[in-house]
Design a protein around this ligand. Structure first.
Ligand code: SF4
Length: 354
């Protein structure tokens, strides 16, 4: 029996339906008119300067936010590079547009800085599916395993881990640990864990968390779309189901997929990740055609779409309010932070060796 199969029966995970329900109740940031947008952008630019703040945005946030981050000396990236940038930038306040674990990671690395977020309600289904209350005892039941957790986890889960990783270095780190003879306890994403297990051959015990966005990509519909566009390269984020990953020309982190669009000789791409990434893909390869991988069709739920509802909670209005009022500050218990820092710092140091 594979390490993956042996784990499933006794798994202490949160109900997928419960998490999907939470995601469906999310309210996106309001769409603003062109004139209001101009006013807000000017206001935010002024407030960023006045408060010695820098805007760090994830690839999955709205185009307006990514544009604004770049226009004001901030940064747009995946969670690993957001953390690195925030750590190296001299600003005393980091305004993190993304989801809660990204703000917490910024605080873990920068305890002396003020970390603000446009909203503190933006969750991540991977984080929600791996509560520390059940994860910590699960780890304690497997003391022979090295605990490796994905960045999409709470500070408390990171504090229990030996290592934190992002999708850009997950396989490389697990390979490294496997070569040292270590057995892994992986959390929370079951698909990413399964993919890394296949690629590295490592002995991995997998937590059964999932991403509400990537879980919606449909392999049957993707096959039909590939037949319609046989010249398109298929780019897949490894948080997607195994049958979707199996059809990929490139499997990789958000940054790896953007690089693939830029460097590939293909002119057309079917992209299986959050469609917020199209902003950056169009920027690096303006002439290329991008097609969303299908989330509809057989097995689709009423909430199927290729965009994260929690990421969509970040908007210009709540950025302006946050800066103006100094609200939505991220705090992390200091004992937890100190422990979580060790595993996050290990990831950053390991990434420098690659
Ligand atoms: S897209 Fe998925 S993994 Fe990313 S923040 Fe949203 S729920 Fe979490």
């Amino acid at each position: 029996m594979s390490p993956l199969k042996s784990n499933i029966e006794s798994f202490p995970c949160v109900s997928e339906d419960y998490i999907r329900g939470l995601n469906q109740s999310v309210v996106a940031a309001p769409v603003v008119s062109a004139s209001r947008k101009r006013v807000l952008i000017e206001k935010i630019k002024g407030l960023l300067k006045q408060q010695d703040a820098v805007l760090v945005a994830h690839y999955y946030t709205h185009n307006d936010l990514q544009e604004l981050a770049e226009a004001t000396g901030g940064f747009v990236s995946d969670s690993l590079d957001m953390a690195r940038f925030g750590n190296e930038h001299p600003a005393s306040t980091l305004l993190v547009a993304g989801v809660r674990f990204m703000g917490e990671t910024a605080k873990i690395l920068n305890p002396e800085k003020r970390i603000l977020m446009p909203t503190l309600q933006a969750e991540c289904s991977l984080d929600l599916s791996c509560p520390a209350e059940t994860f910590v005892p699960f780890c304690d039941e497997h003391p022979d395993r090295t605990v490796v957790v994905y960045a999409n986890t709470s500070a408390a889960v990171k504090a229990r881990a030996d290592w934190v990783v992002t999708s850009s270095i997950g396989a490389k780190l697990v390979k490294h640990l496997h070569e040292r003879g270590e057995k892994i306890l992986w959390a929370p994403d079951k698909y990413l864990g399964s993919y890394i297990q296949k690629v590295t051959g490592a002995d991995m015990l997998l937590w059964q968390g999932f991403c509400v966005v990537h879980d919606e990509f449909k392999s049957g519909e993707l096959e039909k779309l590939r037949q319609k566009h046989p010249d398109a390269a298929v780019l897949v984020h490894p948080e997607s189901p195994d049958e979707v990953i199996a059809q990929a020309d490139v499997v990789g982190s958000t940054t790896a997929l953007i690089n693939a669009v830029n460097q590939s000789t293909a002119e057309k791409f079917i992209v299986a990740t959050d469609n917020g990434i199209f902003y950056k893909m169009r920027q690096v390869a303006p002439g290329k055609k991008l097609i969303e991988a299908p989330t509809g069709g057989s097995g689709a739920s009423c909430s199927s779409c290729a965009h994260c509802g929690w990421m969509a909670m970040n908007g210009l209005e709540n950025i302006a309010t946050t800066l103006e009022q100094g609200c939505n500050e991220v705090t992390v218990n200091e004992d937890v932070r100190v422990k979580a820092y060790q595993s996050v710092k290990r990831m950053i140091d390991f990434s420098k060796t690659l």
